[in-house]
Design a protein around this ligand. Structure first.
Ligand SMILES: NC(=O)c1ccc[n+]([C@@H]2O[C@H](COP(=O)([O-])OP(=O)(O)OC[C@H]3O[C@@H](n4cnc5c(N)ncnc54)[C@H](OP(=O)(O)O)[C@@H]3O)[C@@H](O)[C@H]2O)c1
Length: 294
């Protein structure tokens, strides 16, 4: 199975441009699916306007494509959208579907039970069902840990510019993390190695870090707000009982629980970095990246 034609759904957001760029650099023929034709994109990329609520629109857009990379948001959009995209990909004869994962290991027994990942689990279950019935349709979820560069920029993993940062369970939980460009490379690597990555999760990690390590490497003195992941979890469920419910706090707290509580498998025991051509950072490269966001 060789793949050259790839459609990217949602390639204009936080992660998407790095994915589109990596695919173009790896010489794939990329079609970007978007709700609008007004995005500024690389001249080597074709843009295809779609209606995610219309199966016909998606089947038309995906006819002739060999792979679909879903980088649409998850949780904040109806799960019917990725499910429709999968149905359309199958109808159009697409060989490989990469679902919108790119974070915590949703195949982990504890992580998979967190409601914030419910839609991701539903999507992979549907992919498993279709591929079991039709061996020509295959899938690969890509697990990356929290975005390394974007996570620092958005102060999601740790706030290195202060004045204070939340530190979870003491700050020594190791977690795997990957940059946006590293995730793009991983996706290109999956499509370059379709047989080795068929119908299985792949794991990539450019660094294993802890909050305390990131703080130490930054050389910054930032005030610590110590918070337990048990408290994060409690506050997540309190947030959805509010009127109106605070879904953002609910989601962010449960994602942080999965990253910063070691029971949720956020430090990967093995990775597919080598197969997929994902570069593992040296200590000096980690320091360089941390300094950019300190
Ligand atoms: N591990 C991490 O740290 C981390 C962080 C953030 C995200 N993620 C994951 O990465 C994936 C992509 O997230 P993202 O933040 O890159 O997505 P995003 O920027 O929120 O959205 C990506 C694109 O999806 C399209 N889109 C947005 N809302 C839509 C809607 N209601 N209906 C249809 N299309 C819509 C838009 O493209 P058009 O306007 O061109 O249609 C948008 O540019 C998700 O699975 C997310 O969970 C992981």
């Amino acid at each position: 199975m060789a793949i050259t034609k790839v459609a990217v759904a949602g390639g204009t957001g936080n992660l998407g441009p790095a994915v589109v760029n990596a695919l173009v650099e790896a010489n794939f023929q990329v079609t970007l699916l978007s709700r609008s034709s007004t995005h500024e994109i690389d001249s080597r990329v074709k843009i295809q306007v779609v209606d995610y609520n219309s199966l016909d629109s998606l089947v038309t857009a995906l006819t002739g494509q060999e792979a679909v990379v879903d980088v649409l948001p998850s949780g904040s959009i109806s799960v019917e959208i990725p499910l429709r995209l999968i149905e359309a990909a199958h109808k159009a004869g697409v060989q490989r579907f990469i679902p919108s994962e790119y974070g915590c290991d949703t195949s982990h027994p504890l992580t998979s039970k967190l409601p914030v990942f419910g839609d991701k689990v539903t999507v992979v279950n549907r992919l498993k069902e279709i591929s079991a019935q039709d061996s020509a349709f295959t899938y690969t979820p890509v697990i990356t840990g929290p975005f390394f560069d974007w996570g620092l920029k958005m102060k999601f993993t740790v706030n290195l510019s202060g004045p204070s940062t939340p530190i979870y369970d003491g700050g020594d939980t190791p977690f795997s993390t990957t940059t946006l460009a590293g995730i793009g490379r991983a996706i290109a690597g999956v499509l370059e190695h379709p047989d080795e990555t068929k119908n299985r999760y792949v794991y990539v990690s450019q660094a294993e870090v802890t909050q305390n390590k990131l703080l130490a490497l930054s050389g910054k003195t930032v005030e610590r707000e110590d918070i337990s992941t048990a408290d994060l979890e409690k506050k997540a469920y309190e947030a959805v009982k509010l009127s109106p419910p605070d879904f953002r706090t609910f989601a962010v707290n449960l994602i942080r629980l999965a990253v910063f509580n070691p029971a949720y498998g956020s430090a990967f025991t093995k990775t597919d970095n080598e197969l997929l051509g994902v570069h593992k950072f040296s200590e000096a490269e980690i320091v360089d990246l941390v300094k950019q966001y300190s």
